[in-house]
Design a protein around this ligand. Structure first.
Ligand code: HEM
Length: 431
């Protein structure tokens, strides 16, 4: 692993990213409980209250929690520009994000307007603080690289997605007459296609070659992919909000998915060229993610050809994207980032750290646990894809999510325990 290109001296305290990673698995457990509390099969339609609540437990409580924590680590280390007041930013994003996600999900489950009215200001504060801090860090950064561009564009997409989400949630609370269908599609597109996709693209440019020891992404792809995806999303947003013809909206959608397919195929090809051919659970999380992205694209494109099956096919495409693509990659990255952070922050202990003998990255979280998680995650994804048609699969998907939350939480806390134990030994040696 080559970390020479990283500005490791700029890294924030380990407590900054770890607090986000420690809370996130709890929201997988909550998502499972929301699905289990549904009256009937929550996957039977796209917008059942339990599915909306579980979706936001996953997208806000889990994905946004991890991605915001990881960005607060990546910006200083990869771009070389620390976030201003990193500890304050960590508190002012993690706490309102957690509380806002809980109230929003409570609002979806109960339909209670007060919960929506509590959720949107809390989420507004969390995302506003994060977006301002991240933009300041990007603005101050002198480094120019493709990851910086992709992260910048992903944050712009996040700002749009959150604004639309807040409009919708406020509209739910006040009963304001809005074009909910168009706003909802615009919100989902900017959140998933914009923020999630662009951030994963930007981070992959660094993580895939560094952790998976592959060749770098080809320049023809890394230079144009993120700006092209963003331009298509902006065009799509304008078309949706101005009520343009479906043909144009479909054309923008097709262009987006073709670029996504290109990204997935290039990543899979790079992984097949990796220099160390040892079996690795995190690499397989990544591969599952890329195959799921291809599946999400296929389902979306087939939905265009078969309008009679539009709703279930688009729901399956969203499941493949969120549970298959985004969750696989985020979990795979967590299993790399947590051991890396533990090792790296202990390594900074200097001479005493060498004397105590710090664990290497493979010893922080047992590899066996990661393989079990991978199998469980693959099984959960499979049953979730069957859930719209087969009721027992919906309950199995909820059970899978519950077990994944427990397993991931255990893994993260194992990493934290290793860090604390070794640090204590280093400190004892120093006195
Ligand atoms: C401030 C934060 C957010 C708020 C207030 C919010 C609010 C909402 C609301 C009210 C809906 C229902 C739309 C409708 O049915 O008319 C919705 C749908 C949705 N949102 Fe969000 N959202 C937020 C952030 C996000 C993020 C960050 C993501 C993804 C990364 C996301 C993904 C989705 C998805 C996939 C749906 C459709 C769910 C389904 O149809 O079952 N949201 N959101």
């Amino acid at each position: 692993m080559n970390i020479a290109s990283l500005s490791t001296d700029q890294a924030p305290p380990i407590s900054v990213p770890l607090r986000f990673f420690a809370v996130a698995p709890l929201f997988l457990v909550l998502a499972a409980l929301m699905l289990a509390m549904s009256d009937g099969n929550p996957f039977a339609a796209a917008q059942t209250p339990a599915l909306l609540a579980a979706t936001h437990c996953i997208t806000l409580g889990f994905m946004a929690m991890v991605m915001m924590g990881a960005t607060q680590q990546i910006l200083p280390v990869v771009i070389g520009s620390p976030l201003p007041a990193s500890r304050w930013v960590a508190w002012l994003t993690s706490v309102p994000l957690g509380a806002g996600a809980l109230s929003l999900c409570g609002g979806f489950m109960s339909g209670n307007a007060r919960l929506f009215n509590l959720a949107w200001p809390l989420l507004g504060v969390a995302f506003l603080v994060f977006i301002i801090a991240a933009m300041l860090s990007l603005w101050r950064a002198t480094a120019k690289n493709v990851t910086k561009t992709a992260i910048l564009l992903s944050i712009c997409a996040l700002a749009a997605a959150v604004t639309l989400g807040i409009l919708l949630a406020r509209g739910f609370a006040t009963g304001t007459a809005l074009d909910y269908a168009a706003l909802s599609v615009a919100h989902i597109t900017m959140a998933l296609g914009g923020w999630v996709m662009l951030l994963i693209v930007g981070v992959s440019y660094q993580v895939v070659p560094m952790f998976q020891i592959t060749p770098a992404y080809p320049k023809w792809l890394s230079a144009v992919l993120a700006p092209a995806l963003f331009a298509i999303l902006l065009l799509n947003l304008a078309l949706l909000l101005t009520g343009a013809e479906q043909t144009w909206i479909a054309a923008a959608g097709i262009s987006f998915w073709l670029l996504a397919v290109c990204f997935a195929l290039v990543t899979l090809k790079l992984q097949s060229q990796r220099r160390r051919k040892v079996a690795d659970a995190t690499l397989n999380f990544f591969r599952l993610g890329m195959v799921s992205l291809l599946l999400a694209a296929l389902l979306w494109l087939v939905a265009l050809l078969l309008p009679a099956f539009d709703m279930p096919l688009r729901l399956l495409s969203a499941i493949a994207f969120i549970a298959g693509f985004a969750m696989s990659l985020i979990q795979g990255m967590l299993y790399k980032i947590v051991p890396f952070l533990v090792w790296f922050h202990l390594f900074r202990g200097g001479v005493n750290a060498v004397k105590v003998g710090i664990p290497n990255m493979k010893e922080v979280i047992p590899e066996r646990l990661m393989w079990w998680h991978l199998r469980l995650h693959g099984g959960t994804l499979l049953v979730a894809l069957l859930a719209p048609w087969w009721n027992p699969a919906a309950w199995l998907a909820a059970l899978g999510l519950l077990l994944q939350g427990i397993l991931l939480g255990y893994a993260v806390f194992t990493g934290i325990a290793v860090y604390r134990r070794t640090l204590r030994r280093i400190e004892l040696l120093a006195v």
